[in-house]
Write a protein that binds this ligand. Structure first.
Ligand code: SF4
Length: 381
């Protein structure tokens, strides 16, 4: 080990509680063949510093400000040697992220990780034997390719009931990357750092109750931001002072165009506002709905009427999984609607000014009806 690796990061401010013994004093991950002697939950919650690595850890970086801040705190709380030994930072790209999200991930990599000899793993779903690919900022998909490949494979669209896009495009793609790195052998266990804040109590409670990943009990879900009591104000304060940041508007702690830009779990008005701001966002979503409608088997449902023989008359309806939202118009109809609205009102933007500016001096915008709640999504902040 180089001497520099053993020292805390010199550029980083020490955090209260960082005078803990080195993480190997708490060996959560026992050598192969030996029993674990500290239960994961006890270790995590009795540690003074929830960002301290205690074994192999995958930090799930969504490309948002919150998980970016979690990454920063993790870098501060560990020596370079421990970071190199324990940490993998993964960003799973669906191909439908905003270009500024990709830029932010790349900036984070270049400013924070590369100088330490670390790097973000950019992973994408692939419908092949490996199940994933490792890409770079330059080669990352930008036209929805991983999402399209998944929908083609399933011949079915994810929806609020069956959200398989998160598990396939993000969680499993990351797991396959970890497995390729040798993490997932029989005895492997690891921590998963996810960017859930203390001011998101419903998400915190749900994940705490579960304890481990939905995909494997070997992965312990850790929410160091929630454990440290970090709320949205602390995240925003931090980014206001940084030389780079995610250059997308935020409203009430949410990045409106974060994750997949037109995610069907966002409030409908938010999706329509984003379409109005750039109609090209809708292209891939419309294609996925239209392609799936053409191929998915329709459902036959009773009409409530009967023929002359007394047999119930049936009608064909679009099968479950042929639309992202059965309670919304199609993405194509929504696009036509917002474009017509813009025409009718002399191209008035659907996004309106809040009167606030972000750290970069840009206006923070909001939809006229942004108080509608979206559906909780675990893809990130
Ligand atoms: S952001 Fe939405 S659409 Fe994208 S993977 Fe997550 S749940 Fe699916």
């Amino acid at each position: 080990m180089e001497a520099a690796d053993a020292a805390p990061l010199t550029d980083f401010k020490p955090q209260p509680g960082s005078l803990l013994p080195p993480s190997h004093a708490f060996p959560r991950h026992a050598p192969q063949g030996q029993r674990f002697f500290l239960p994961p939950r006890v270790t995590r919650h009795t540690m003074h510093d929830p960002f301290r690595l205690t074994g192999p850890t995958c930090l799930s970086f969504s490309g948002g400000s919150t998980s970016g801040y979690m990454l920063w705190r993790t870098l501060q709380s560990n020596t370079v040697a421990d970071l190199k030994r324990w940490l993998r930072v993964a960003f799973a790209n669906t191909g439908l992220e905003h270009p500024k999200t990709l830029k932010f991930v790349d900036d984070t990599d270049l400013h924070w990780l590369r100088p330490l000899g670390l790097a973000i793993d950019w992973v994408e779903f692939r419908d092949d034997e490996a199940g994933h690919a490792v890409v770079t900022y330059e080669t990352a998909s930008r036209e929805g390719e991983p999402f399209l490949a998944l929908v083609k494979k399933r011949n079915y669209l994810p929806n609020p009931i069956t959200r398989f896009c998160t598990s396939e495009l993000k969680i499993r793609a990351m797991h396959k990357r970890l497995r390729a790195l040798g993490w997932c052998d029989e005895n492997a266990e690891w921590d998963q750092f996810i960017g859930i804040r203390a001011d998101e109590p419903r998400r915190v409670a749900k994940i705490r109750a579960r304890g481990t990943s939905t995909e494997t009990s070997k992965e312990t879900m850790c929410m160091p931001l929630a454990d440290a009591g970090v709320g949205v104000a602390a995240v925003d304060d931090f980014w206001a002072k940084q030389p780079f940041q995610l250059e997308l508007p935020r409203h009430k702690g949410r990045t409106l165009a974060g994750n997949c830009v037109l995610c069907f779990l966002k409030p409908r008005k938010q999706v329509e506002s984003l379409m109005a701001s750039d109609p090209s966002y809708a292209v891939v979503w419309i294609k996925m709905e239209n392609d799936t409608v053409k191929t998915i088997k329709p459902n036959l449902v009773e009409t409530g009427f009967f023929d002359a023989d007394g047999e119930p008359l049936l009608k064909e309806v679009i099968g479950l999984g042929a639309r992202f939202r059965k309670d919304w118009p199609t993405y194509e109809q929504m696009l036509h609607s917002v474009l017509a609205q813009a025409d009718a009102f002399g191209h008035e933007p659907v996004l309106v000014h809040t009167g606030l500016v972000d750290a970069g001096g840009a206006d923070i915008l909001r939809s006229a009806q942004h108080d509608e709640e979206g559906i909780a999504c675990f893809c990130g902040d």
